[in-house]
Design a protein. Structure first.
Length: 391
C-alpha cells in the first residue's frame, strides 16, 4: 500500500511469517522479511518532497521500533504497533504503548479523538494522514450500548449472529463519520481526498457464533477466494469526484502511490518499479483502467483455509494456482461471483494462458516460492504454531 509495489516484489508476503505449519507439504521461503526496508520510498516520503506534513495513527504491520512510521517518512506517529491486534479494545490496551487513556475508554474512539485533534490544529502545509484502525479484529469487544442494538435484531433465520462483532463495526462507522464531519466543519472537505479501504475480507472462521458472512462472495479472511480478497474501496472528494458513482473496475492498494504521485504532479523516478497504476482517470471521468491483469502471491499457509498459492485476475476471469499440486481453479467472476463452477478443464486455452501469465509475472518481480518441506508428516499436516519472527 505505501510503496506502490506488490508484496511478491517486496518479499513481504505475510508480515507475521504466516501461521507456522511445521509438518505441511511445503515450507515457506526462508527470506521472508518482517519489515519494510528503509530504502523503499513510501507515500509519506514521496509527499514530503512536495511539502506535505505527514501523520500516522494505529496498526503498523511493517516492522518493530527500528522500522516504525517515523523512520518511513511520517513526521508524527501515535498508537503505532507492529502487533496485529491491540490486546484489548478497552483501556488498558496491552499492545498499544503510546496512546493515553482512562478506564472505560474504547480504542476506536480514542484513535479518532487524536486524529480530530490533529485535524483541528492550524496547518501551514498540506497534510497526508494515514489512520489504520484495529477494529474489527480479535479480541471481539464492543461497547455495551452497541451490542444491545444488534441483540434486538437477532432472528432465528439469520446467518450473521454475532452482535458483539456488529457492535465493533458500528463503532468503526461512527468514527469514520466523526472524521468526515470534522472535515466538513473545518471547511477542509473540498480540499481533502478521503479514502476508505480494508485489508481483507470478513472473518468467517474464528469464532462461534460466526462473526460474519461475505455472501455472495465465497469464504473470507485467510482463504483463496473472493471473500478473502475483495473489499470496499471508497473515495470521497466533494466537488471533484462525483458522489454515488459505482465502478466494477478492480482497484488495488498498490494504486495509491501512483495516484497520489499524479495528484501532486510528480514525475515517477527513473529507477522506481511501481506495480500500481494511476486511478485518477477512473475517479474523475469513469474511464476504464489501463491494466492487463492483477496478481497476488501468497507462499504460506493460513488457518483461514489458504495453502501456498498465486492468483491472476484478468478481465472477468480469476485463476488460482495451488503450489502444492492441488488442481488449479478458474472462475468467471462476472457471471459466477460465488466461484462455484471451476472452469479450469472446460476452458483449457484460457487456463493455459492465465497460468503462463501468472508464472511470467512471478519471474519478472522475483517472487519467491515455497519449497518441499523435509519435515512433512501426513499425520500432523494441519498442526500449526503461533508466529515465529525470522528477521
Amino acid at each position: 500500500m505505501l510503496t506502490g509495489k506488490t508484496p511478491g516484489r517486496l518479499h513481504i508476503t505475510d508480515f507475521l511469517s504466516g501461521l507456522e505449519y511445521p509438518y505441511a507439504t511445503l515450507k515457506p521461503p526462508d527470506w521472508q522479511r518482517e519489515y519494510l526496508p528503509h530504502e523503499e520510498v513510501t507515500i509519506a516520503e514521496m509527499l514530503k518532497q512536495v511539502g506535505y506534513e505527514t501523520f500516522y495513527f494505529g496498526k503498523w504491520h511493517l516492522g518493530g521500533e527500528k522500522h516504525f512510521p517515523v523512520t518511513q517518512g511520517f513526521d508524527h506517529s501515535l498508537a503505532e504497533t507492529e502487533a496485529g491486534w491491540p490486546g484489548n479494545y478497552f483501556y488498558p490496551w496491552s499492545q498499544v504503548k503510546n496512546l493515553k487513556g482512562k478506564e472505560g475508554d474504547y480504542l476506536t474512539d480514542r484513535l479518532t479523538d487524536e486524529v480530530i485533534k490533529s485535524l483541528e490544529q492550524p496547518h501551514e502545509k498540506p497534510f497526508f494522514l494515514f489512520l489504520s484502525f484495529f477494529t474489527p479484529h480479535r479480541p471481539t469487544q464492543a461497547k455495551e450500548e452497541h451490542i444491545k442494538i444488534y441483540e434486538t435484531k437477532l432472528t432465528p433465520e439469520q446467518v450473521q449472529r454475532n452482535p458483539v462483532n456488529a457492535g465493533m463495526i458500528h463503532s468503526l462507522d461512527e468514527n469514520v463519520g466523526r472524521i468526515m464531519q470534522t472535515l466538513d466543519d473545518l471547511k477542509l472537505a473540498e480540499n481533502t481526498i478521503l479514502i476508505f479501504a480494508s485489508d481483507n475480507g470478513g472473518n468467517h472462521y474464528a469464532d462461534v457464533p460466526q462473526k460474519t458472512n461475505n455472501a455472495p462472495l465465497r469464504n473470507g479472511k485467510g482463504a483463496v477466494y473472493e471473500g478473502a480478497y475483495r473489499v470496499p474501496l471508497i473515495f470521497r472528494w466533494p466537488g471533484h469526484i462525483t458522489a454515488g458513482i459505482e465502478s466494477g473496475e478492480p482497484g488495488s492498494s498498490i494504486d495509491f502511490f501512483p495516484t497520489f504521485q499524479a495528484l501532486t504532479e510528480q514525475v515517477p523516478m527513473m529507477d522506481q518499479e511501481l506495480d500500481g497504476i494511476n486511478l485518477l482517470p477512473l475517479l474523475f471521468n469513469q474511464e476504464p483502467l489501463e491494466r492487463e491483469a492483477l496478481y497476488w502471491h501468497y507462499p504460506h499457509y493460513h488457518n483461514g483455509g489458504a495453502s501456498p498459492h498465486g492468483i491472476i485476475r484478468k478481465g472477468k476471469y480469476r485463476l488460482i494456482e495451488h503450489f502444492d499440486g492441488t488442481q488449479a481453479e478458474l472462475y468467471d467472476i462476472e457471471n459466477d461471483i460465488s466461484e462455484t463452477v471451476n472452469l479450469f478443464y472446460s476452458m483449457p486455452e484460457k487456463s493455459k494462458e492465465l497460468l503462463a501469465d501468472l508464472r511470467q509475472w512471478r519471474q519478472e518481480v522475483g517472487a519467491q516460492m515455497p519449497t518441499i518441506n523435509p519435515n512433512y508428516d501426513p499425520e500432523r499436516v494441519h498442526q500449526w504454531e503461533f508466529y515465529r519472527i525470522r528477521n
